[in-house]
Write a protein that binds this ligand. Structure first.
Ligand code: F6R
Length: 242
């Protein structure tokens, strides 16, 4: 893993956006894996800004998101579909037909998982996967204990995850109990990985990640075995590493 330490969230966002934009310049039909959550919002802002100023084109880019809640309609303000539409897709020249997010509304979730894997393979695989990390080391919705060999699958959300997400909903009953996520193997099959990390809440996670110990108890640790992974982390996230 290549580690790039930057000053703060602002710089992490700019560096990660430049990283992605440069890949698109080299390969205009890049298959780009995307993440939701707080960390990538600044990256998406920079991508939008660059698109407006420099007209980087997303016409031939295909995107594949890591995960989606089961049971939320696309237009639900908490769906990851809505997050991606509001924070990125509606601001750049990408056809929604070229954006892929697992559907949490398929009557057969298992079939949805299989179809999602197939879509990635049929597109030729993911060229670059953007990732965030949970403070417990989760990537996508792959919580500690998830076997490294998993492909896209259905997860029951841990009550801690439901509680953490409850702030976005009116009450606990509205928080979905399940999600679909790319598996750890799906993520590892990406040709390149870019992990972005910012802030105090991720300090322990960075210590564990950079210890080099690879264990299913800390899902992100597998990234140590990826042949082309870069981490852009800010000073605050890196503070306990030195
Ligand atoms: C998002 C995702 C999650 C987040 C992680 C960190 O699609 O799959 O694994 O990347 O929970 O979230 P933030 O960035 O909010 O700290």
């Amino acid at each position: 893993m290549k580690i790039i330490e930057v000053k703060n969230y602002h710089e992490m966002s700019r560096r990660a956006a430049d990283f992605i934009i440069n890949k698109i310049k080299i390969k205009p039909n890049l298959n780009l894996g995307l993440a939701t959550g707080g960390t990538p919002k600044g990256v998406y802002k920079n991508i939008i800004e660059d698109h407006k100023q420099n007209h980087t084109s997303y016409e031939h880019v295909k995107t594949f998101n890591l995960d989606e809640y089961i049971g939320l309609k696309q237009d639900d303000s908490n769906s990851y579909y809505q997050y991606m539409y509001e924070n990125l897709f509606k601001h750049i020249n990408i056809s929604l037909k070229q954006t892929h997010i697992p559907s949490g509304l398929n009557e057969n979730n298992q079939a949805e998982c299989t179809q999602y894997e197939r879509k990635i393979v049929d597109a030729g695989g993911i060229d670059l996967q953007l990732l965030g990390i949970g403070s417990n080391g989760h990537i996508g919705f792959n919580e500690p204990g998830t076997p490294f060999k998993t492909k896209t699958h259905v997860v029951d959300l841990a009550s801690s995850t439901k509680k953490a997400n409850a702030r976005f909903f009116n009450n606990m009953n509205e928080v979905p109990s399940q999600a679909i996520t790319m598996g750890i193997q799906t993520i590892m099959e990406s040709k390149e990985i870019l992990l972005i990390v910012s802030g105090k809440a991720k300090q322990d996670a960075m210590v564990k990640l950079l210890s080099g110990v690879v264990t299913e108890d800390f899902p992100a640790s597998i990234l140590n075995q990826h042949h082309n992974a870069t981490v852009i982390a800010d000073e605050e996230a890196m503070e306990l590493v030195k």
